[in-house]
Design a protein around this ligand. Structure first.
Ligand code: SER
Length: 562
């Protein structure tokens, strides 16, 4: 059975059990305490608490997830950075019995035999999960039969994600010795101080990795032989005339990392030196380094990225929509790193003779040759030498302080004293962003803005130079909207509602609970503190004076008003 069929079979099964099917949420969660979506329950986190679920109290999904916690293990038969998680969820509706029965029944429909299950054994703080034990017993599992094992907090207690949230004991299902399905019973709320209190609603959160399920159903020795990976492995074989041996770690690491990179870029993350962008950069650069070890030629990631797109473009429309963007970003990053990788490796060999790499040397490798510290550490581990990681971070922090000052100057917006001209230019910036998205695609995002009384400067994510034709089109659209004399309206609402209503946001971590949203007719909607003009006709005429690069994958437009 193909992975496509498995996805559908899972969702259909729960649809028939009165669950609402909810689309995968973004890999970028709304919870600012976590960088990525790592589990299916994350988009539903609040519905385990007081908030009412708009989807009803029984839902199921196939969620895109990304975790870096297992990055070192990628290459074995079952660990990945990007994966899809199938899950069914109950917010105060059904609980342990139904959840366990559903899981058993679904696996039965696939003719899969459960090896054994694990159940929470309890500790000083939380009781043993006797309820789950009894349900499994009804289904023929027990300690005597050696197919039920009690385990402690480390293994059979899950959550919360981020700093606080729902969590609870779990029961886990194993097939062929591999953990395949995790059933979490959210009974507790854990606060920032790790204090547990009982939840008013009892909830269920289950998660089953599609890749592992495919591996078992398709009867493959590793996840890399399933239809979710084999086309990528085959592409490496065919393009570069190599043979994939079953235990070839390099193939697997490259296949995993390129897949994650494709998904991250499809969510408008671009390689950079901070946060998510840094993780993306690290994945791409790690893949390139392994490619080098296999003597793959420059640009080898591109055909592999195309393969990833082919596998997923009918499942996730964002992959299809940003196809060109994904390829351009990968190409750019590859070219950039290729230029410094060899020189950096030479430099590394030189300093590695000393048996210890200082913080300053590691920072030099990072700053001059683009070596993420993790890469330096990996290279050093292979040679059995030490790296002063703490020292590296000291240099790193110093460097960041200097560049933060630069960034503040660059992104300095306009304040209360903005004169009228600056206010007009500010409104023009909103029109410009919408026009850019109309002409260049939805992947365009504000990366920075600077306005004074004379001109606007707008930085946005886009991987290449704009053509004259595109610039004319963008200018034309903005002038058309000025001519239409659209009303500029301000509303206050919760951040969540604003985002759901399609408002664009910039620097989302910093928003207060109530945000102000400015719309310009039906053309633009952004979370923004203002100020703005009342009608677009006040802008008179808009002119782009320059388009240029403002960093990797960032473009800058300067424009003026008459
Ligand atoms: N949240 C649990 C997990 O990620 C079950 O979905 O394993």
């Amino acid at each position: 059975m193909s992975s496509k069929e498995l996805r559908k079979k899972f969702l259909d099964f729960f649809k028939n059990k009165d669950h609402n099917i909810v689309k995968s949420s973004s890999l970028l969660p709304n919870d600012s305490s976590v960088l990525f979506t790592t589990a299916g329950m994350q988009q539903f986190k609040e519905y385990y608490l007081d908030k009412k679920s708009p989807y009803g109290n029984k839902v199921a999904s196939c969620q895109k997830c990304f975790r870096t916690s297992d990055i070192e293990e990628v290459g074995d038969e079952r660990h990945l950075t990007f994966f899809e998680m199938l899950g069914n969820f109950s917010f105060g509706d059904y609980f342990k019995k139904e959840a366990i029965y559903f899981a058993k029944e679904f696996l039965d429909t696939l003719n899969l035999k459960i090896d054994y299950v694990t159940v929470f054994e309890g500790d000083g703080e939380i009781q043993k999960d006797v309820d789950s034990y009894n349900v499994w017993k009804e289904l023929g599992f027990s300690e005597e039969k050696n197919n039920l094992i009690f385990k402690g907090r480390d293994e059979n207690f899950w959550g919360p994600t981020g700093e606080e949230g729902p969590c609870g004991p779990t029961t886990e299902i194993y097939i062929n010795g591999i953990e395949i399905w995790n059933l979490v019973f959210n009974e507790y709320f854990q606060d920032k101080n790790k204090k547990l209190t009982l939840l008013k609603k009892k909830g269920v959160d289950t998660g089953m990795g599609l890749e592992r399920l495919s591996m078992i159903v398709q009867n493959k020795p590793t996840i890399f032989e399933t239809d979710l990976f084999l086309p990528i492995i085959k592409e490496i074989e065919n393009q570069f005339n190599l043979k994939y041996e079953n235990n070839n770690y390099y193939f697997r690491i490259i296949a995993d990392h390129i897949k994650s990179a494709v998904f991250l870029i499809s969510e408008n993350i671009y390689p950079s030196n901070i946060e998510r962008g840094y993780i993306l950069r690290r994945l791409i650069r790690r893949a390139i380094r392994y490619g080098k070890l296999m003597n793959l030629p420059s640009g080898f990631l591109l055909p592999l990225a195309k393969k990833v797109i082919e596998i997923y473009k009918d499942v996730y429309c964002e992959i299809k929509l940003s196809e060109n963007n994904i390829l351009t970003v990968i190409l750019n990053e590859e070219e950039k790193f290729e230029k410094t990788l060899n020189k950096g490796l030479k430099q590394f060999e030189k300093i590695a003779e000393k048996k210890e790499i200082t913080g300053e040397e590691a920072f030099h490798l990072y700053d001059t040759y683009g070596f993420p510290i993790e890469l330096t550490k990996e290279l050093a581990d292979e040679k059995n030498i030490k790296v002063d990681i703490g020292g590296f971070y000291n240099f790193f922090k110093k460097h960041q302080e200097v560049s933060r000052k630069g960034v503040e100057a660059k992104f300095g917006g306009i304040g209360k004293n903005a004169d009228y001209n600056a206010t007009r230019l500010h409104t023009a910036t909103h029109l410009l962003q919408s026009a850019l998205r109309e002409v260049l695609g939805e992947s365009v995002r504000q990366m920075g803005s600077d306005i004074n009384s004379f001109r606007l400067r707008f930085d946005f994510s886009f991987p290449r130079k704009l053509t004259n034709e595109e610039l004319q089109k963008i200018e034309g659209i903005v002038n058309q909207k000025i001519k239409e004399d659209l009303e500029v309206k301000r509303e206050e609402m919760s951040y969540e509602k604003a985002i759901r209503s399609g408002a664009l946001s910039f620097f989302k971590e910093k928003y207060p609970p109530k945000v102000s949203v400015y719309s310009i007719g039906d053309f633009s909607k952004e979370i923004c503190a203002g100020p703005h003009v009342k009608k677009t006709s006040e802008l008179k005429k808009f002119k782009i004076i320059k388009e240029e690069s403002s960093g990797a994958n960032i473009r800058r437009i300067r424009a003026v008003l008459e």
